[in-house]
Design a protein. Structure first.
Length: 513
């Protein structure tokens, strides 16, 4: 994964905090690791970081599979409550601001410096915005988690609950492999990868044919241009001959008359031959141009098919915002679709929920889902108070507000095109976010959706440069990213190099998400 700016590199150092530790110290500093719990390891689907309890819980198909203490951002540099995903993983990351301090097993959550990594655990919030993990736990999570795994940071610990599959994901799927209902997740991912590689090969072949057709059209156009120049020369020669003969005046001699007629006839014959040649060359150039245009259309269709096939190897993420009254869809950290959405009683809060697909059921297109709310009472949120920030280390996680989650889903009317886009391929790890909030300015290039909870301290973000915060509005930003990606692809098509760049890192194995 590429870093998007120098700001992203500098920002990562800020979450070290003044208590940054070396790799060796991280290994020895494991205060609280004895409290870490681990059940039968499975594929992590969701991480919940509880700020009040200073605790992280990892959930998979069998429920909670890992748990450990953490240290989040200190006062003034708080770790913002909200919804994230893992954007980048680096086993040995080092700060470039704090004496090259080590941040082992770094898993990035934003490009401006919020991450999870191994670090010192003094028993209270002490970082500059990151979530520090026990060293052994950080190593284990690093090995199990995958890019895209959803991470939810909550004020107080909330446990996800199982919920029926959201209706927008239960429509008939357009992808034929899922209709059998017999494929395991691994088998489906393998077949998706095979299809994507085949579509990539077709796109590469179409790109090669388009280049050949474009080159041939350019050659024919050059030949036609030369023929037109010859025609213009013949026309000029005839005009010059006629002008010269007219200037010579009448002649008496028969021989002179015959010579003048032959000269004029010769110029006309040359003009006629030039006209025929030019017409033939222009016709050939027109046909070659049509062939090139047809090849370009085939290439674009093949490119779109390859792009869709590549996206289908990734889980789908859907975000529905009551604030903007819009629905957004991303795959592989890239925007693919957005549209208005109808929310019944739009002036009334719906809460904030994260719905996550776990694994397949026996029926085709059916999956197990869990839902987590960002607050115990999803639509009746107690205002944040610093005085009530006392740690609740031994507090049990409250169950998510599943009744409010169901009500939120029932208030949605989804456009049919959005349903089609959502239903193309449904993979474990796919998710739906429904929120009163809008997209954060952190949502952008190479990210999944990032949502911050309003009314909560955001010191860890507020202290990280204003460049990101000054971006366009969410809808404009999504459209801008799509347009930039489309323009970039078009330029690559012209160079004939898009598929070489895509093939450099094609369809890497997906772990977790």
């Amino acid at each position: 994964m590429r870093l998007t700016s120098t700001l992203a590199i500098l920002g990562m150092a800020a979450c070290i905090g003044v208590n940054g530790i070396s790799s060796a110290n991280a290994r020895s500093h494991r205060s609280g690791e004895r409290h870490a719990q681990s059940r039968a390891a499975g594929t992590p689907r969701l991480a919940v970081i509880a700020l009040a309890q200073q605790r992280i819980s990892i959930y998979g198909e069998s429920g909670k599979i890992l748990e450990a203490p953490v240290s989040t951002g200190t006062t003034g540099r708080e770790t913002p409550a909200g919804i994230y995903s893992i954007l980048q993983k680096e086993e040995e990351h080092h700060s470039n601001l704090y004496d090259d301090a080590s941040m082992p097993y770094m898993e990035r959550l934003t490009w401006t410096g919020i991450a999870m990594h191994a670090g010192a655990l003094p028993g209270y919030p002490a970082s500059h915005g990151c979530t520090r993990l026990p060293y052994d736990f950080a190593q284990q999570l690093y090995q199990l988690s995958g890019l895209g795994m959803r991470v939810v940071i909550v004020r107080e610990d909330i446990a996800p609950v199982e919920i029926e599959q959201p209706a927008m994901f239960t429509q008939p799927h357009t992808f034929p492999l899922q209709m059998t209902g017999q494929l395991t997740e691994a088998e489906l991912r393998a077949q998706l990868r095979t299809i994507a590689e085949a579509k990539l090969a077709e796109a590469q072949a179409a790109t090669k044919r388009e280049l050949e057709a474009r080159t041939a059209a350019a050659k024919k156009a050059a030949e036609a241009e030369l023929a037109v120049k010859s025609l213009e020369a013949a026309e000029a020669s005839l005009a010059r001959t006629e002008s010269e003969l007219e200037a010579a005046g009448p002649v008496q001699e028969t021989a002179d008359t015959s010579g003048r007629e032959k000269r004029l006839e010769g110029a006309k014959v040359q003009l006629e031959a030039a006209e025929m040649q030019a017409q033939a060359k222009m016709d050939a150039a027109a046909l070659a141009r049509q062939d090139a245009m047809a090849a370009r259309a085939v290439m674009n269709r093949a490119a779109d098919a390859a792009e869709t096939a590549w996206q289908n190897t990734k889980p789908v993420s859907v975000f529905i915002s009551r604030k903007t009254q819009r629905l957004y869809i991303r795959k592989g950290n890239a925007p693919v679709f957005e549209s208005p959405v109808t929310i019944r009683d739009p002036g009334r809060p719906v809460g904030t929920f994260v719905f996550t697909a776990l694994n397949y059921k026996a029926a085709p297109g059916r999956m197990r889902w869990i839902a987590v709310s960002l607050y115990k009472n999803a639509t009746d949120i107690e205002p944040y108070s610093e005085a009530k920030r006392a740690l609740k280390k031994h507090g049990h996680a409250k169950s998510a507000d599943v009744a409010a989650a169901r009500l939120a889903l029932n208030r949605l009317t989804i456009p049919q095109e959005a349903v089609r886009r959502i239903s193309e391929v449904l993979l474990p790890g796919s998710s739906l976010i429904v929120s009163d909030e809008g997209l954060s300015s952190e949502t952008g290039k190479d990210t999944d959706f990032v949502v911050f909870m309003s009314g909560e301290p955001q010191g860890g973000i507020a202290n990280r440069g204003t460049a990101v915060a000054q971006q366009d509005a969410p809808g404009d930003r999504e459209r801008s990213h799509r347009q930039k990606r489309k323009t970039s692809q078009s330029r690559a098509y012209a160079r004939g190099g898009m598929w070489r760049s895509r093939a450099a890192t094609p369809f890497l194995p997906i772990f977790g998400f």
